[in-house]
Design a protein around this ligand. Structure first.
Ligand code: NCD
Length: 405
């Protein structure tokens, strides 16, 4: 198989492709953020919440660890990755899935001329799922088509999960981003009581404030065009009601919001605005002060061409660095997120911000482990089993506590 074998399928609009990645109503391959509907998101976040509670007790952890002992996963990551790779591996470990990895194709038979497609077909012989990241754009999508063709001819076929493809998609990062946003904007506080809640306190200052994602303003700063995590997250957010997406980037066409994506968001009824500094005004208020959530990104320098280096010299990149003074002006509840890695040399988020209560990027990375475990549980069809076990488990804990009274 070669790329051109899939060309006709690759060139279709996303909406038309989506049924190809499902078996009936159920998602089988995870390739695009657009596959993740609000219903699926709710299902995954519920399971993730349950897994994180169960994993805390040895009984719950043992239960989870027994669920998928008969499954094996291949982590095929030929492009650099720390968090996506490790959190998928940890997610597999939580559910008892055995993992293997290929990270450097020069140590596999690809060094002897084997095509990545043949490698993939081999993985499907030994494993039950492939989670992959490749520098070849659309490769994960092609692999999903290959698996569909194998199934058509009654041969072994396994789910493909895209862990970051080219510049366009990173659907599972968007999942953990949205999971984090939902948790923060639920405004629960460990000290909430019948006398005081964080939410009530915030409402005194922001009477219009509502819980949840609907109606909120999301700011994205940095390398908007080349950041695949931004595309995937903005796609998920566009499903919510009345969200506003503010993109803050240099004016350069290689870094700013691309026109096709802007149109796609507008067609979904999202309010899209572009800015070039945190201090520009949005409805009379500086952008930085108006945001309900700020998603920072690094400038993806590894994609620079020599002519870009030349042109980028004109840009004042300092405008896309956060500092404690800017953070102090943000809404007190607005989370600061970053898909990581942050670029220490560039300094889009200096470490002096890490202890601010709004800095959620480390929690965000940990959430990746829980939501990816939920995704794997869903793909292997054990999430409903977890939901049932959890209901019994919490009932037992409650009964025990009641009897101790
Ligand atoms: C991102 C990626 O690889 O797209 N990292 C990640 O998966 N958390 C972001 C980046 O590389 O800047």
């Amino acid at each position: 198989m070669e790329f051109y074998d899939y060309e006709a399928r690759l060139n279709r609009p996303v909406k038309v492709k989506i049924p190809d990645f499902q078996t009936g109503e159920r998602l089988n391959h995870i390739i695009f953020a657009d596959q993740l509907t609000r219903t699926t998101l709710e299902r995954l976040t519920r399971t993730a919440d349950q897994i994180r509670v169960l994993a805390k007790s040895s009984e719950g952890a043992r239960y989870l660890n027994d669920l998928l002992r008969h499954k094996r996963a291949m982590l095929y990551f030929t492009q650099p990755s720390t968090r996506t790779f490790l959190s998928f591996m940890a997610a597999c470990q939580i559910l008892g899935i055995a993992c293997s990895e290929v990270r450097d194709p020069s140590t596999s038979s690809e060094a002897k001329g084997e095509t990545p497609f043949d490698s993939m077909r081999m993985f499907s012989s030994y494993f039950d799922i492939v989670i992959m990241r490749s520098r070849i754009p659309q490769f994960a999508e092609c692999c999903a088509y290959m698996m569909n063709d194998l199934r058509q001819t009654s041969r072994r076929s396994i789910p493909v999960v895209n862990g970051g493809a080219g510049a366009d998609e990173h659907p599972t990062q968007a999942l953990l981003d949205i999971y984090t946003i939902q948790r923060v904007l639920a405004f629960y506080h460990p000290r909430d009581s019948s006398h005081w809640t964080l939410f009530d306190e915030l409402r005194e200052r922001y009477p219009e404030l509502r819980k949840g994602i609907d109606g909120k303003i999301f700011g994205f700063s940095g390398d908007i065009r080349r950041g695949r995590t931004i595309r995937s997250l903005a796609t998920l957010l566009s499903q919510f009601d009345g969200v506003k997406l503010y993109f803050i980037s240099p004016k350069h066409p290689k870094l700013a919001l691309p026109q096709d994506f802007r149109i796609r968001l507008l067609n979904r009824g999202v309010e899209v605005r572009e800015f070039h500094a945190f201090d520009e005004l949005a409805d009379g208020e500086p952008v930085i002060e108006s945001l309900d959530c700020l998603y920072m990104t690094r400038i993806q320098r590894e994609h620079n061409r020599p002519e870009d280096e030349e042109e980028f010299r004109e840009i004042d990149f300092g405008k896309y660095r956060l500092n404690p003074k800017l953070v102090a002006r943000m809404k007190p509840y607005a989370p600061i997120l970053h898909p990581f890695p942050r670029d220490a040399e560039f300094g889009e988020i200096p470490t002096s911000i890490d202890n601010d209560p709004r800095a959620h990027y480390f929690r965000q990375a940990r959430n990746g482990m829980w939501i990816r475990a939920a995704l794997l549980a869903y793909l292997f069809d054990v999430d409903a089993t977890i939901n049932d076990y959890y209901a019994n488990y919490t009932r037992e804990v409650r009964d025990y506590n009641m009897s101790a009274l």
